[in-house]
Design a protein around this ligand. Structure first.
Ligand code: IMP
Ligand code: MG
Length: 186
């Protein structure tokens, strides 16, 4: 089936059902606040926003529309999940960053921090390049499932340890194009 009804407040995936969890309006309202907070802190710093692909593309786009100062934008790509709902526990770099990050202020933009593995891997990589500073902004965080000690500087929403899709987040590469976020119902 290739049809997807994006007007309903649930998404049926085979015999699993995902129900509306964070509406488009709620997400956008929170990103307004995050944009304001980040703008205050980085106004004069010419930071580089670094999006972690693929999941962060929607959040990155909406967040950057709220940034009212000069900044640069780059992306790199990691993979840890394969096509499953649980992490493989391994991170692979699939596309490298182009920007030179030495002495620059970096803002890493993530869709979701789950175990913290991806962020801890990113921290290690960037530390070697001596940035002036590095902070992490994530739309979602699952505090109950954190396994690696990581510092997250801006969090959109803390959510329970449940699988979510939409707004950039996928299940086997699909459902990233939904405007809202849906949670797997049990
Ligand atoms: P971590 O490395 O365990 O923190 O996982 C981070 C990555 O796993 C995120 O950037 C997502 O791509 C993916 N991920 C974690 N939880 C979910 C989820 O509930 N739905 C979809 N993707 C997820
Ligand atoms: Mg991701």
């Amino acid at each position: 089936m290739s049809e997807l009804d994006i007007t309903q407040d649930f998404i049926q995936v085979g015999n699993e059902k995902f129900v509306l969890y964070l509406s488009e309006a709620k997400i956008q309202e929170r990103i307004d606040q995050l944009g304001e907070e980040i703008s205050k802190e980085y106004k004069t710093k010419l930071p580089i926003f670094i999006g972690v692909l693929n999941g962060s593309f929607m959040f990155m786009s909406d967040l950057l529309k709220r940034i009212n100062f000069n900044c640069e934008v780059d992306f790199f790509k990691l993979s840890s999940y394969g096509d499953e709902k649980i992490s493989s526990g391994k991170v692979k770099m699939l596309k490298e960053l182009n920007a030179d990050v030495t002495d620059r202020h970096l803002i890493i933009v993530e869709d979701i921090v789950d175990s913290g593995l991806s962020i801890s891997y990113i921290e290690e990589i960037f530390k070697d390049h001596n940035p002036a500073s590095m902070k992490v902004v994530t739309l979602l965080s699952k505090p109950e499932s954190i396994k690696y000690k990581v510092k997250i500087d801006y969090i959109g929403f803390e959510i329970p340890n449940k699988f979510v899709i939409g707004y950039g987040l996928d299940y086997a590469q699909k459902y990233r194009n939904l405007k809202s976020i849906y949670v797997l119902s049990e």
